[in-house]
Design a protein around this ligand. Structure first.
Ligand code: NAD
Length: 300
């Protein structure tokens, strides 16, 4: 398939590399030149703008930060909308507000271009491995067209409803992840304060009911004090804000997600927004006056 790919960051770069490896013909673009070079070395053509990346493509993918960046790349000057052919399919894989997905889909429909929103879960390791979980919204026939392309990037792709549904599911995912990280942080600080090594907490409970994919992905790093991203706190703030905005629009209460958002905002204000979201534990450590690291306990 001839694919235009826009946005080659932590996620987009390995996703595009997997598409190239699977034999798809790629034209790639990012506002930063560095990752374009990496893709060119893997056989992709370098494009000069999103419109240029979209030219001649059967399917165009964006993987940028949030709604404003998707709007800019698609509807802005030299955007995808200027280069994409009627009948081609546009797939936004960024995590953005569902309402923005629906707006962008309506603007493209006027040009005869169909859209799927298809955000992902799994983070950088699964982007590299090509085993992302893909949650899509759009028409079933468009989802069928995208499936062979999704297969090179993910190990599952589920159609969740019309355009915007993929991002609703992604927000649900981000609420679950955020609240899990907060619960883990609270529990590790409790153990450290009560005189038990938090590393033992993880070892002892990971196979029980409290065990989870979030715990397995985040506990080993957090227990070593390693907050390199991964998934940056500022991106999780973006997702929780989109979740709260969507909750306001639909009348859903999100008391726990709202509380985690406040803690993440405080960390970001301290200059920690570029750290991994596992760094949330630092808020709890400060509240408790203790470091919750493997091998440490306050009272033994
Ligand atoms: P990132 O900031 O590393 O990458 C975004 C890329 O988009 C950057 O390279 C940036 O230069 C480029 N970009 C921005 N505006 C552009 C424009 N107008 N035209 C062309 N390129 C543009 O972010 P990321 O971590 O790769 O995340 C991308 C999306 O995937 C986000 O919506 C994020 O929430 C979501 N996501 C991230 C993870 C993760 O673990 N990092 C996991 C799942 C989903």
């Amino acid at each position: 398939v001839k694919i235009g790919f826009i946005g080659l960051g932590i996620m987009g770069k390995p996703m595009a590399l997997n598409l190239a490896k699977a034999g798809h013909a790629l034209r790639v673009y990012d506002v930063r030149p560095e990752p374009i070079g990496v893709l060119a070395a893997a056989g992709a053509a370098a494009a000069a703008s999103p419109a240029d990346a979209a030219r001649g493509a059967e399917l165009v993918i964006t993987m940028v930060q949030n709604s404003p960046q998707v709007r800019e790349a698609v509807l802005g000057p030299a955007g995808v909308a200027e280069g994409i052919a009627p009948g081609a399919l546009y797939v936004d894989m960024s995590s953005i507000a569902p309402a923005a997905s629906r707006e962008i889909a309506a603007a493209l429909a006027a040009k005869g271009v169909a859209m799927l929103d298809a955000p992902v879960s799994g983070g950088e390791p699964k982007a590299v491995a090509g085993t992302l979980a893909i949650m899509a919204g759009g028409a079933p026939e468009d989802f069928e067209r995208a499936k062979p392309v999704f297969a090179a990037m993910g190990s599952s792709a589920v159609l969740c409803g019309g355009v915007g549904a993929g991002n609703v599911v992604k927000l649900a995912n981000q609420v679950i992840v955020a609240v899990n990280i907060a619960a883990m942080s609270e529990a590790f600080v409790l153990a450290a304060k009560a005189g038990v090594d938090p590393g033992r907490v993880y070892d002892a409970i990971k196979g029980g009911l409290a065990g989870s994919a979030v715990l397995d992905a985040k506990a080993p790093k957090v227990l070593a004090g390693d907050y390199r991203p991964g998934f940056r706190i500022d991106l999780h703030i973006k997702d929780l804000k989109n979740a709260l905005e969507t909750a306001r629009d639909s009348g859903a209460p999100l008391p726990l997600a709202a509380s985690v958002l406040e803690m993440m905002e405080a960390l970001s204000a301290e200059g920690k927004g570029a750290e991994d979201h596992g760094g949330l534990i630092q808020r709890y450590e400060r509240l408790g006056g203790v470091l919750a690291r493997a091998g440490r306990a306050e009272r033994a």
